[in-house]
Design a protein around this ligand. Structure first.
Ligand code: NAI
Ligand code: CS2
Length: 461
């Protein structure tokens, strides 16, 4: 079962699952996908029995491929009871997730479930659950009550320690139930459910109408569920499964006891550079990531952030070569055929920049080093927030961020104002005047001198 059957799940998890069956000869696995809206199911998947096309774009792209591992699809918003029933079903052994960073409804101050979130509270009060964590917890509760066996919940979202995090959130939901429910459910979860962490990697842009037209032309059929992806894909998984699972290793997945190192490398090297390029690209009017990385100054900024700010603060997983990894990331970003937009990568910034950049910032500050390039990424994000109208800022915290903005658009006012957002920046970092000055320095260059100023400062500063 997969919660959050969006573009990535189709291009990654569904492909790995079908490849596992093809490579191992083991059959019988099928994914029930959960989308948020019924129209996605009705328009895209149900009419074609869950079949969909993966169109790889870029050097080394494989031919079009129709994938058949999705065998059913339900709407989590319009049919939440069906989601609960399917999680509780005996034939469900693995539940994978790609619900986006915001889908976890984390309280940034506690790192656990936001129990003040109105949707979470409504799920706790007994409605058919509409939040992902509520659906998972109620599904597992129904599973425990019907004596159904163990299950493994596998987060595939870009979050550090995503398995432990998901476990924390589901247990927090259980603990917030009335004691007569909380105690037996918590005990059952401990005994029957595991939450392995994973690192997932494949650049999968939002499918456009142009993509669908191109697939129709190539395939000879209209496939509304088609997805576009780069040829590269990787999956590193903690081997902690409570019941059966597809033999994903036969499809090239790596089972590792060091997923945390893989996650740190990917989030803080690849995703942080992705965000840097997204916000610099948006400031310079670059529509795609490949357009942004084609700007020499932005390429240099991404390369130097990885080399000078990130690598000194992380321990790479055994066998991963730093120079090769960073060079490959920049080559992947430059793929002109992918069409990954700066707007999509720059979306939900309030949910991403902390995970991707702030450990690098604090690691350098603690070591007495200036996180020059990570500061550039954060300053570019701040300017994106300050210069994008609230109703056009694609971010779950758009209203909060805009409420924090000062009347003046001056860097010296905007930077402290956004550093004051406790849901993103902790008080200690916000008090670091040297860091604030660095942010103001970069913000001023972007805002006052634009691309020419950035070129001068990045290439010669
Ligand atoms: P998408 O927008 O195509 O799909 C997102 C899915 O999450 C949809 O099914 C949607 O219904 C569901 N969702 C969104 N908000 C939710 C919420 N508040 N509660 C429950 N479900 C919610 O996005 P895509 O490309 O599939 O990416 C999803 C996630 O996959 C990303 O946020 C990231 O964590 C992970 N990922 C994405 C990659 C990519 O390149 N697209 C690569 C690596 C990881
Ligand atoms: C991107 C990621 O949209 C974004 O935030 O940085 O989805 C990125 O494409 C993947 O993590 C690559 O594996």
């Amino acid at each position: 079962m997969h919660l959050g059957l969006g573009a990535f799940a189709r291009a990654h998890t569904a492909v790995f699952t079908e490849n596992a069956m093809l490579a191992s000869g083991e059959t019988g696995w099928g994914i029930t996908g959960v989308t948020q809206r019924s129209d996605t199911v009705a328009r895209q998947l149900a009419p074609q029995d869950g079949l969909f096309t993966v169109a790889e774009r870029g050097e080394g792209a494989a031919p079009l491929r129709v994938v058949s591992s999705i065998v059913d699809a339900i709407s989590g918003r319009d049919n939440p009871a069906a989601v609960v029933d399917r999680i509780a079903a005996p034939e469900t052994l693995v539940l994978t997730l790609t619900i986006t960073e915001k889908g976890y409804r984390i309280d940034p101050l506690t790192g656990s479930l936001n129990l003040e979130d109105a949707e979470v509270r409504a799920d706790l009060e007994g409605r058919a659950p509409l939040t992902a964590i509520g659906q998972i917890a109620r599904g597992l509760q129904q599973r425990s009550r019907t004596g159904t066996g163990p299950l493994t919940v596998v987060s595939c979202d870009n979050l550090p320690a995503n398995g432990e995090l998901t476990r924390t959130l589901v247990h927090a939901f259980a603990a917030a139930l009335p004691p007569a429910e909380a105690e037996p459910l918590t005990a059952w979860l401990d005994a029957h459910v595991t939450f392995p962490s994973t690192m997932v990697d494949r650049m999968v842009p939002a499918t456009t109408a142009g993509d669908l037209d191109a697939v129709e032309h190539e395939l000879g059929l209209r496939d509304e569920a088609a997805v576009v992806a780069e040829p590269f894909m990787q999956w590193v998984i903690e081997d902690n499964f409570a019941a059966g699972r597809p033999r994903w290793e036969a499809a090239g997945a790596l089972f590792s006891s060091d997923v945390a190192a893989w996650e740190a490398a990917k989030l803080r090297l690849l995703n942080a550079s992705h965000s840097l390029l997204a916000y610099l690209g948006l400031a310079a009017g670059k529509e795609t990531i490949s357009d942004a990385v084609a700007e020499e100054a932005f390429f240099t900024a991404a390369r130097r952030m990885m080399a000078e700010d990130v690598l000194p603060t992380i321990t790479l997983p055994h066998g991963l070569d730093a120079d090769e990894y960073c060079a490959q990331v920049l080559t992947r970003f430059a793929n002109p055929a992918l069409g990954h937009t700066t707007a999509k990568v720059g979306s939900d910034g309030s949910q991403k920049i902390g995970l991707r950049l702030l450990s690098t910032v604090s690691g350098n500050l603690d070591a007495g080093r200036e996180p020059r390039w990570a500061a550039l990424a954060l300053a570019a994000w701040m300017r994106h927030v300050a210069t994008t109208p609230a109703d056009q800022l694609n971010d779950p915290l758009a209203a909060e961020l805009h409420a924090a903005l000062p009347a003046s658009g001056a860097a010296a006012d905007v930077v402290p104002a956004l550093l004051g957002c406790r849901s993103i920046f902790d008080a200690e970092l916000a008090r670091n005047q040297g860091f604030a000055d660095l942010l103001i320095h970069w913000y001023t260059i972007i805002d006052t001198h634009g691309l020419e100023g950035l070129r001068k400062e990045i290439n010669h500063g």
